[in-house]
Design a protein around this ligand. Structure first.
Ligand code: SAH
Length: 255
C-alpha cells in the first residue's frame, strides 16, 4: 500500500478543549431516513432551537459552508447529548465533558469533519468513537447510512438511548474501532472522532475505492486533520487540513 502526501491546507489551530454535559427540545426535519428516523426531535420553536440556529450561524461565519451540515447543526438538540448540569453550555462552540473522561467534540470540529466527508444522501459512513452520539445524529440528519463504534460499554448504552429517544436509529456497536466492521464493509466514508497516532490500516481496507477517511492523526500534543482517499485497491492519497486536539483512540474495549 502506498500513501502519497498531497496538498497542505494550513488552517488555524482549533483546539478541542474538554469540559462538561444537558437537555430539552428544539426543532426537526420530519422525514424518515435510512436509519429509520421516524419522528421529529425538536418542537418547532423553543429557546434551544433558536440557540442551535445561532450556533449554526456562528459556524458559517467561521468558514463552514456546507448547507446540509449547517442545517443538521440547527436540527440536532445538542443539549440532549450532555449532562443536564451543563446544558447552559450546550450551544456554545465548545467541547464538553461526557462520561468516562471523554468529550463531545466542539461543534466547529463536528461541522468541519462532516464537511470534509462531502456526504451524499444514502452514503454508508463508519464513525469511530460514538461518544455522546451527537456526531452520529448529525450524520443521520444528513441521511447517511450510519455505523458507529464505541469502546466504552456505558457510552454505547447512553448514546443508544439518547439517539433512539430522538428517533435516530444508526447501527451502533460496542467494540474496538481499530478493528472496524469488516462484515459491513466497504464504507463510502470513515470518520474518526478519536485520534490514533498513525492511520489504522485495517480501516483503510474497509473503504471502498473512491471513498475516503477523515482522521485526526497524531499524539496527545495535537493532531493533523487528515483526509486519506482510497484511489486504488492498494493506493491511497493523503492531504492535511489543519491542527486539532482530540481524545486519543485507544486499543481494546472497556466498561
Ligand atoms: N463522536 C463523539 C465524540 C466522542 S470523543 C460525539 O459526538 O460525542 C471520542 C470517543 O472515541 C470517545 O467516546 C472514546 O471512548 C472513543 N474511542 C476511543 N478509542 C476508541 C476505539 N478504539 N474504538 C471505539 N471508540 C473509541
Amino acid at each position: 500500500m502506498s500513501i502519497q502526501k498531497g496538498k497542505k491546507h494550513l488552517l488555524p489551530v482549533f483546539i478541542v478543549v474538554a469540559c462538561c454535559a444537558g437537555l430539552l427540545i428544539t426543532r426537526a426535519s420530519n422525514s424518515s431516513n435510512r436509519n429509520g428516523k421516524t419522528e421529529t426531535p425538536m418542537t418547532t420553536t423553543s429557546p434551544q432551537n433558536e440557540k442551535a440556529r445561532r450556533l449554526a450561524e456562528g459556524l458559517k461565519r467561521k468558514g463552514i459552508s456546507d448547507k446540509r451540515v449547517l442545517a443538521a447543526i440547527e436540527n440536532v438538540p445538542r443539549h440532549l447529548f450532555i449532562d443536564e448540569e451543563l446544558s447552559e453550555y450546550a450551544y456554545l462552540d465548545r467541547a464538553l465533558p461526557i462520561e468516562k473522561e471523554q468529550t463531545i467534540s466542539q461543534p466547529y470540529t463536528v461541522a468541519y469533519q462532516t464537511q470534509l466527508l462531502e456526504l451524499k444522501p444514502g452514503e454508508k459512513v463508519l464513525e469511530i468513537g460514538t461518544g455522546s452520539g451527537y456526531q452520529a445524529a448529525i450524520l443521520c440528519e444528513m441521511d447517511a447510512e450510519v455505523y458507529s463504534i464505541e469502546r466504552y460499554h456505558q457510552l454505547y448504552l447512553t448514546a443508544k438511548e439518547t439517539l433512539n429517544k430522538l428517533g435516530y436509529h444508526p447501527n451502533l456497536f460496542y467494540g474496538d474501532g481499530f478493528e472496524g466492521l469488516p462484515e459491513h464493509a466497504p464504507f463510502d466514508k470513515i470518520l474518526l472522532t478519536a485520534a490514533p497516532v498513525e492511520v489504522p490500516k485495517k480501516l483503510l481496507q474497509q473503504l471502498r475505492v473512491g471513498g475516503w477517511m477523515v482522521a485526526p492523526l497524531g499524539g496527545r500534543m495535537g493532531q493533523k486533520m487528515t483526509v486519506i482517499k482510497r484511489i486504488g485497491e492498494e493506493e491511497f492519497r493523503e492531504s492535511e487540513h489543519g491542527n486539532f486536539i482530540f481524545v486519543p483512540m485507544q486499543k481494546g474495549t472497556a466498561k
